[in-house]
Design a protein. Structure first.
Lengths: 279, 169
């Protein structure tokens, strides 16, 4: 059967076991475009939009789970209070039409270095939830993303969602591209000031083979911050931008030069940090 | 076309339309235009960039070029053909004509649906909300000025018909 339209995870895993090379279809904004451009000719598609367990979100014990089929529009409109940084990232994706279709599971599965949700998810130490006939497992995002468009997902596995801690404190996501809509990231920066654990968390997109963070920059700015007043000395903000830029490994391509990407992400880092501080 | 084929039925503008032995990789845009004779959704970029193929899938505005047709079974599809015809224009279609928001017309069907989507959800959008709502629909002729004017006109007419101001011209 060329297309499977399962309605639950068990049936999806059965279909995947029967055709390990099948293309998994979520919002279609990556897969169908590849087919349109004749970069891929599907022999078997497993369509995921009817799989009930992949929908919605829930919170338990201070942790949050977002289903793989949650769209950018749902994040932007319904989850802005719960995950403000992710909502900011979701708002930068494509157009309303793309945000209505594209999903978190798709962003994770495609694993583009420029994936718009990935920097914030990395900053949050998100874990990718995978189901398989052998059982479920969770993989930290940093280990899940193994290179440009490559992941640790095994052929029999299905991305069912993403898990993350609830973190208190200001957060911000910024992205650079030629215009505000319909833009693939030239550089992206996510920051979370975790005021409970007094720790700065960051993620950088489109400036390396996968999304990156700079542990050195995080450590230094964590120490420089006045966590009670939420202020930071100017020289420490500048040093933070420089340290973030130095931690990148960008390439030059048709969207940007490596030099511009490195420069831009440093600017974004300073700007995003300032937006999280008290004025 | 060689490769895997699939037969299915699509619910388009309230009609159940059979699609027989279509190649698995066909987009909904291709099936609407080339198999079902519904050319309202336009084919330009085929990569979700231009919005000229905007349609509603279960009341959600999406690009038909990014929908796999064989996955659109058991979904309610609405195209611009379902919104009006020459004798019965929707208020958005009439406003586009009245303000001169149409030049070559290629982007118009997608824009009509994007504006319907916006005004049906947000009756009184701000200027920024309007711009954001049509940010995925590229128009290379009009410069958008008259499109924005058409949106304002529909807004005014709709609020005049039902809002507190209560008087339509």
């Amino acid at each position: 059967m060329p297309i499977s339209r399962p309605t639950d995870v068990t049936a999806t895993l059965d279909a995947l076991a029967a055709s390990p090379d099948a293309d998994l279809l979520a919002g279609g904004t990556d897969l169908v475009v590849e087919v349109n451009l004749d970069r891929r000719r599907p022999e078997h598609v497993i369509a995921l939009r009817r799989v009930t367990e992949l929908a919605g979100h829930d919170t338990t014990d201070g942790r949050l789970r977002l289903g793989a089929n949650v769209t950018y529009s749902e994040v932007e409109h319904d989850l802005a209070q719960l995950v403000p940084g992710l909502a900011m990232a979701a708002r930068t994706v494509g157009s309303p039409q793309i945000r209505n279709a594209g999903t978190l599971g798709g962003n994770l599965g495609t694993a583009s270095p420029a994936g718009d949700t990935l920097p914030w998810l990395l900053a949050m130490d998100a874990e990718v939830e995978l189901a398989s006939p052998e059982g479920d497992r969770s993989v930290p995002l940093a280990n899940f993303l193994t290179g440009p468009k490559s992941t640790a997902r095994r052929p029999a596995e299905l991305i069912t969602g993403v898990r993350l801690p609830r973190v208190e404190g200001p957060q911000h996501v910024s992205k650079i591209g030629p215009r505000n809509a319909m833009v693939i990231s030239v550089a992206c920066f996510a920051i979370v000031l975790d005021t409970t654990n007094r720790r700065v968390r960051t993620g950088m997109g489109a400036v390396g083979p996968t999304v990156l963070r700079s542990p050195d920059a995080e450590r230094a700015v964590t120490q420089a911050l006045d966590w009670d007043a939420l202020t930071c000395p100017e020289d420490a903000i500048d040093a933070f931008g420089r340290a973030c830029a130095e931690a990148t490994a960008p390439i030059t391509d048709h969207r940007s030069s490596a030099e511009y990407r490195r420069h831009a992400v440093g600017v974004l880092a300073r700007r995003a940090l300032r937006r999280c501080l008290s004025t | 076309m060689t490769g895997a084929t699939e037969s299915y039925e699509l619910d388009v503008d309230g009609r159940a339309l059979p699609v027989a032995a279509a190649w698995l990789g066909e987009s909904l845009l291709y099936v609407l235009r080339e198999r079902l004779g519904l050319p309202g959704a336009k084919n330009a970029c085929e990569q979700g960039e231009c919005g000229s193929c905007s349609i509603f899938l279960d009341d959600v505005l999406v690009n038909a070029c990014c929908v796999l047709a064989a996955d659109a079974t058991d979904a309610r599809i609405r195209t611009v053909e379902g919104f009006g015809d020459a004798d019965h224009l929707s208020d958005v279609q009439a406003a586009f004509l009245g303000t001169g928001a149409v030049q070559c017309g290629f982007c118009t069907p997608g824009l009509i649906l994007a504006v319907h989507d916006l005004l049906d959800q947000v009756p009184d959008p701000t200027g920024l909300e309007v711009r954001e709502a049509i940010s995925g629909n590229l128009c290379r002729c009009t410069g958008y000025g008259r499109i924005l004017q058409a949106v304002e006109e529909v807004k005014a007419t709709r609020s005049g018909a039902s809002g507190p101001r209560g008087e339509s011209p």
